[in-house]
Design a protein around this ligand. Structure first.
Ligand code: XLS
Ligand code: NI
Ligand code: NI
Length: 439
């Protein structure tokens, strides 16, 4: 069979001292930790759109990557993308992939023809999944690229567009089920608005909920057993994206009675665009029972848009994996590299090196997060910080056993409570984190 990436070797674990660029330093896929292989703790996924399709086009310039994989005929190009994707996953020990419908087969003139193309390519992908023993982390529909979606899909002012989006999502769900996927993602795409001068926000939000309800119920009816995820993002492409951040999405799901079936797919770069840390978004999801999956990337703090860079910041990966551990690990979710190399890093080697960088950064973060747990000092500090809620008046507050009048009496008797207040010790705690990271 044709090799699409002759320049990329099979990547093996060589340990932290290795100087070989084509080796893992921390990711040792079959190493067992706490009864599970590292590959099962981390569940890395390839993003089909960035890796197989993204060509580096930006606002000021054309593509710098060639992604036709040696073919000219449009369907041949997409078949080759599939072969190349599985070769890449195989060489890098990436066990999962994620896709949009339009990443795997190009749109034709009519929906019917487009769906026929999807049938052809999805048969091939299914075969390759079996051959290489790869799994689908999640599927989704691209309801934002085509001009028909310029004003949104489920939130379009045109009912015709709503109908088209519903049909498109139906097919994407069928493909997800065909691949045995355990996740289906709804990222807001163009579900948002530019100006209230032309927008009925209430109807748009009601319609968005209608689309989610209808499509998720359909998925259940055809045997989908996995999780539905909403992926929050505050802006880009629209000025006001409706799925702003985790808290906004949770409020939305609660309002429309969708919270039971839906979880969140948290993307690092979207968190920072919303003015939050990655850890904040993960924690918000976790404490609300909505932690699902992760789009593993990083942004650039000096740039105000979604740069989707491969994650290399080990503080972020460590704190992220601490949240994953607190959530009990991944169930249906995993770590999808929704990330692309910079436009100037345009060779196939660059893409492999970027995956190695991201996988090692997360493997390192996972090992360090485990050490933080074992070390116990950070957890202990937080527990002690709230100890006053475990006994006496604190326990009464938590258990709802006290009235406001009794609290007033207590405060009046005390006169002041400043002596009870203790230092937050932030700098010391940051030193402990450094100690674990550098030891
Ligand atoms: C874009 C999103 C997108 C989703 C899938 O910003 O991250 O790539 O992950 O539609
Ligand atoms: Ni994403
Ligand atoms: Ni993104």
């Amino acid at each position: 069979m044709k090799e699409f990436f002759p320049e990329i070797p099979y990547i093996k674990y060589e340990g932290p001292k290795s100087k070989n660029p084509f080796a893992f330093r921390y990711y040792d896929p079959d190493r067992v930790i706490n009864g599970k292989k590292m590959r099962e703790h981390l569940k890395f996924a390839l993003s089909y759109w960035h890796t197989m399709c993204g060509d580096g086009t930006d606002m000021f310039g054309r593509g710098t990557f060639v992604k036709n994989f040696g073919a000219e005929d449009v369907m041949e190009v997409y078949k080759n993308k599939a072969y190349a994707a599985f070769e890449f996953m195989d060489k890098l020990s990436v066990d999962y992939f994620c896709f949009h419908d339009r990443d795997i087969a190009p749109e034709a003139d009519t929906l019917k023809e487009t769906n026929e193309r999807l049938d052809v390519i999805s048969d091939l992908i299914k075969e390759l999944m079996e051959k290489y023993d790869k799994k689908l982390l999640w599927g989704t529909a691209n309801c934002f690229n085509n001009p028909r979606y310029m004003h949104g899909a489920g939130t379009s002012p045109n009912a015709e567009v709503f109908a088209f989006a519903a049909a498109q999502i139906k097919k994407a769900i069928e493909l997800t089920v065909k691949f045995g996927g355990n996740g289906y993602v709804y990222w807001g795409g163009r579900e948002g608005y530019e100006t209230l001068l032309n927008t009925d926000m209430k109807l748009e939000l009601d319609n968005m909920a209608r689309l989610l309800k209808m499509t998720s119920e359909y998925a259940r009816s055809i045997g989908f057993k996995g999780d539905f995820y909403i992926e929050p993002k505050p802006k880009e492409p629209t000025k006001h994206q409706y799925d702003f951040d985790a808290a906004t999405v949770i409020g939305f799901l609660n309002k429309y009675g969708l919270y039971k079936d839906f979880k969140l797919n948290i993307e690092a770069n979207h968190a920072t665009l919303a003015g939050h840390t990655f850890q904040h978004e993960l924690c918000t999801a976790r404490i609300n029972g909505m932690f699902g999956s992760i789009d593993a990337n990083q942004g650039d703090m000096l740039i105000g848009w979604d740069t989707d860079q491969f994650p290399t910041n080990v503080y972020d990966t460590t704190l992220c994996m601490s949240e994953v551990i607190k959530a009990g690990g991944f169930t249906n979710g995993g770590l999808n590299f929704d990330a692309k190399t910079r436009r100037g890093s345009f060779t196939p080697e660059d893409i492999a090196l970027a995956y190695i960088a991201g996988m090692d950064a997360f493997a390192f973060g996972f090992l360090k997060a485990m050490e933080i747990e074992e070390d116990g000092r950070l957890g202990e500090f937080v527990k002690n910080r709230y100890a006053s809620y475990e006994t006496g008046i604190g326990a009464d507050i938590v258990n709802g056993n006290i009235t406001i009048e009794e609290l007033e009496k207590y405060a009046l008797e005390k006169g002041d409570v400043i002596e009870a207040v203790k230092s937050g010790r932030q700098e010391r705690l940051e030193t402990i984190l450094n100690e674990v990271i550098f030891n």
